[in-house]
Design a protein around this ligand. Sequence first.
Ligand SMILES: *Cc1c(COP(=O)(O)O)cnc(C)c1O
Length: 399
Amino acid sequence: MTDKDEVLELYKKYVMTTYAPELLLVRGRDAKVTDADGKDYLDFLSGISVLNVGHGHPKVVHAIARQANKLMHVSNLYFNEMQPRLAKALSDRSLGGKCFFCNSGAEANEGMFKLARLWGSEQGKYEIVTMRNSFHGRTLATMTATGQTKYQKGFAPLMPGFVYADFNDLNSVRNVVADKTVAVLVEAVQGEGGIIPATQEFMTGLRALCDEKKILMLCDEVQCGMGRTGRWFGYQHYGVQPDAFSLAKALGGGFPIGALVAAPKLSEVFKPGNHASTFGGNPLACAAALAAIEAMEEEEMLHNAVHMGKIFMDGLSSLSAKYGAIEQVRGLGLMVGLVCNKPTKPLERIMREKGLIALATGESVMRFLPPLNVKEVQVRKALQLMDESMAVWADSQKK
Ligand SMILES: *Cc1c(COP(=O)(O)O)cnc(C)c1O
């Protein structure tokens, strides 16, 4: 039995207070996690879209154990057999170009910014247009790229070379594109910003604008990628192709790994010495990622994400007739947002008490990111727990 008090005391004393956890989880299997008191929860967050194959997927667990026992790390001074296999797997499913591997979403975006700047350097182009309400990470450059001032406060000066436009507003992008612009960066579905899918018009328009101005279209697929929306990558819903995109979160099936995936046009921009990452694409992380991709394909998880996403969104929509707090249900595949008319943090706690884990996002959105192999009975159960939670929430407001 985990000594909960001891863990909490150690955490308080020795871990920086950048997070505010309220729950000590000790075990997970598929869409279920268990806390230190032995209470089970339905995990409709998947570690923020990291466990897309669910907790403890046997394929991923075995791949990690096997590879750890064989060869964990060699540095990028040497080949390892897993890295090019993973690069091919990603390239085949997307842009047909090349990949660079790193360890997180922020690092993948940093690499993408460097790639874009290097590509534009001969013409003196460097500025990147990003969207308001976006999220791209917490390093200095990615925090600057993130179009939300709340993440930037206190960290001035921000990184030069970023300007902002309004998401889903092509004119606002057009207005800030200048001679020094090198790229436009967009999430096909804004995640952190409250699960807001891009419109078809916006994505098509962006691609055309980037072609017209001879600049790059970049996608941040860190959250909406790896099958989350029912396609491998979020942009694939729109019939357009970016010039490069970033990945992390679910890429390693729970193991940390990030990637920058480029179209052939950008595949030869980086030369030896231009960019590097010590852990990037090590055999252990790549073995985990390959196993996760294989599991998703064998078990047809993309198809399941579409199917379960529809059942879940329909179910949430029918709750809106019963609860006035619900304004809208939106999303793509199993990336689902419940938009309410008041802050959702209290609802998150009520849901947790009922045994359902999700995340209050933005001011008033509840964000759901269940594993892509979630079963229909689990979706129905989550809907029932949502019904009960909404009732408690409504009652608590009356008092
Ligand atoms: C989580 C996230 C990031 C940052 O990823 P880290 O691994 O935390 O650095 C970047 N972009 C998007 C869209 C994300 O959701």
